[in-house]
Design a protein around this ligand. Structure first.
Ligand code: SAM
Length: 194
């Protein structure tokens, strides 16, 4: 069976993540991506996770504690657009993941927004290592969701083909606007010949 966008986002992470990698969960929510990546990056790696809701921090902390993964993570109760204030520009990031939209079973008014999402995408791309991936799973069925989807699509389309491979993954015959996945992969630097 073809994988859902959510499942495929984990496949794309699993393909590249190794012990020692540093990664970003830009929309922590209930912590599923944080826990998934914390398992893959091992004791020597680190996950930096962001959310603006205390509920997300509490729920993620609980899952990390149960899995004995707390020490490999730092949870920030602040917007992902502030990433540049807490992660140095010299910090190599192997992967970043966003789940755009609202937290299920929570306040549907608290949604990710195009301007702040774009800012965070730029901050992560500035730190992404060659072969690193920035993945977005975009839910867009709610009010404001289509604007954010348009921003992500335009942002991804204008990225230089010399520097990035960009993929979209989408079911085009399903009802109820299933999420669309975007993956931006940084290319390896070309060897310079003298
Ligand atoms: N990946 C999550 C999980 O595993 O459960 C689901 C994420 S949910 C679709 C989107 C999350 O983004 C919500 O928890 C919401 O609070 C958060 N959010 C909204 N604006 C944000 C911002 N500026 N920075 C970080 N998180 C934000």
């Amino acid at each position: 069976m073809l994988q859902t966008a959510l499942h495929f986002s984990h496949t794309l992470l699993k393909e590249i993540l190794q012990p020692g990698d540093q990664v970003v969960d830009a929309t922590m929510g209930n912590g599923y991506d944080t826990v998934f990546m914390a398992e893959l990056i091992g004791k020597t790696g680190h996950v930096y996770s962001f959310d603006i809701q205390q509920q997300a921090i509490d729920s993620t902390q609980e899952k990390l504690k149960a899995a004995n993964l707390t020490e490999r993570t730092t949870l920030f109760l602040q917007g992902h657009e502030t990433l540049g204030q807490v992660i140095s520009i010299n910090q190599p990031i192997k992967a970043g993941i966003f789940n755009l939209g609202y937290l299920p079973q929570s306040d549907k008014e608290i949604i990710t927004l195009p301007q702040t999402t774009k800012q965070a995408m730029e901050e992560i791309l500035a730190r992404l290592v060659p072969k690193g991936r920035l993945i977005l799973v975009v839910y867009y069925g709610h009010v404001g969701g289509e604007n954010e989807l348009d921003m992500v699509q335009e942002f991804c389309q204008q990225l230089s083909q010399e520097q990035y491979n960009v993929l979209t993954y989408q079911f085009i015959n399903q009802k109820n606007q299933p999420p669309i996945l975007y993956c931006i992969e940084k290319k390896k630097k070309k060897r310079e010949f003298s």
